[in-house]
Design a binder for this molecule. Structure first.
Ligand code: DI6
Ligand code: FE
Length: 400
């Protein structure tokens, strides 16, 4: 067997689902050919080769982290609104005064594609510095055709400027734009007749998402968008039950969505329906923390029904200005009581499933892309236990 590169003298958390817990292999090695893993197992079983060899000196290797829900591409910031909120203003008052999501929409509409890339690169670099090798990026701050297009094209461009896998999601149904004020149904019609067919033809969006909420789009509007997306062959995802139980989890399950995300107010029935449909629950502790939410997602129902649980940063300027997967894991453990195994699976194997990429990434197994995070730690729990400390030693994307 031809082998390009070997990492040896390592402890592997393979996340192989047939192995218990993290799928740990002490004294392990990984071999890579043409960017793919060809061997991951005990070093004594490593096939002989004259490949380049990296001695990991006992460090831990996990799959490269996957941030499966972000709004990483945007322009401007909302630091002033944050300060206003600390001064007593409510989110609603700020939104009524033209702030909130629509203030970011104005900034994105005023930005060129190159400016979107320039402003987003530092956020992407912060993720990469903590071992992220795949990032999902949503649109949803442009809303009109040109600005949504620029956001999605900027996301694709980020993947050319950095060694990272980028997947794109069209979230036109994030807010009703000013030009459709008072006519959410008209905006949904326009999404279904104009935007979705054009995006599908251009292959600019890998999936379609909707913010289904009393303050955003209704279940009926969500269904229309999902019906159209599925007719065009685009997988769907949903911002579901973040602020109220709106039946979003069950709706996502009915469509066989890749994931339903947030889920603070999801019902037991919603969690059960997701498990049957194989829809991943993506929990976003950064938004829970920032909004000072107190109603935690139904973790015990998700566990009882066997709904797969993923985690993500939800990186966005309003409800989760977070670019640290390690802090997101710490928050999930501390705020939601997720275990070390759930946190790590949530940012690797299950996150891959939330993107429909479980055949390509998310575990250390032959056939998958050789995306690795090599950590200077004595045990996996250290990744989640510390706050504001980054023990990443090296990051490998597709073998390099
Ligand atoms: N849920 C959220 O928490 C964010 N979007 C969404 O669908 C809020 C985004 C923002 O405030 O800019
Ligand atoms: Fe989000």
């Amino acid at each position: 067997m031809r082998i390009d590169t070997v990492w040896h003298n390592a402890r592997l958390a393979t996340l192989d689902p047939v192995l218990p817990k993290l799928g740990v292999i002490e004294r392990g090695a990984i071999a890579c050919t043409d960017g793919r893993i060809v061997f991951a197992g005990p070093e004594q079983d490593l096939p002989a080769s004259d490949a380049a060899r990296f001695d990991c000196e006992g460090r831990w290797i996990t799959p490269g982290l996957i941030d499966c829900h972000t709004h990483l591409v945007h322009a401007g910031d909302r630091a002033r609104e944050f300060a206003q909120r600390l001064g007593g203003a409510t989110y609603e008052e700020i939104a009524r005064a033209g702030g909130g999501i629509l203030s970011t929409v104005r900034a994105v509409r005023a930005a060129s594609q190159a400016e979107l890339v320039t402003q987003s690169l530092p956020r992407l670099d912060a993720l990469l510095a903590e071992g992220v090798t795949t990032v999902e990026v949503k649109s949803g701050y442009g809303l009109d055709r040109e600005a949504e297009w620029r956001m999605l094209a900027a996301a694709r461009e980020l993947g050319r400027q950095r060694p990272v896998g980028i997947t794109t999601t069209y979230l036109g149904a994030h807010a009703v734009p000013p030009e459709f004020a008072g006519d959410a149904d008209g905006y949904v019609d326009w999404i279904c007749t104009e935007m979705l067919p054009a995006l599908a033809a251009e292959r600019l969006a890998d999936a379609v998402d909707v913010f289904c909420e009393t303050v955003a789009f209704s279940p009926a509007q969500t269904s229309r968008i999902f019906d159209t997306a599925q007719r065009l062959g685009l997988p769907v995802k949903l911002h579901a039950d973040q602020l109220s139980d709106f039946g979003g989890a069950a709706l996502a399950a009915r469509y066989g969505a890749l994931s339903a995300d947030h889920l603070e107010y999801a019902s037991d029935e919603g969690a059960a329906a997701m498990a049957v449909a194989g829809t991943v629950a993506v929990l976003l502790p950064g938004a829970f923390y920032t909004l000072r939410e107190t109603h935690a997602p139904p973790i015990s129902a998700l566990r009882r029904h066997g709904t797969p649980i993923a985690l993500a940063t939800d990186c966005n300027p309003g409800s989760s200005p977070l670019t640290s997967p390690l802090l997101a894991m710490n928050m999930a453990a501390t705020l939601f009581r997720l275990t070390v195994e759930e946190c790590l699976a949530g940012f690797t194997r299950v996150a891959a499933q939330a993107l429909g990429l479980q055949a390509e990434i998310g575990t250390l197994q032959p056939g998958k892309f050789c995306n690795l995070a090599i950590w200077d730690i004595g045990a996996p729990a250290e990744l989640i236990w510390r706050i504001g400390f980054n023990p990443l030693y090296r990051r490998v994307w597709r073998g390099a």
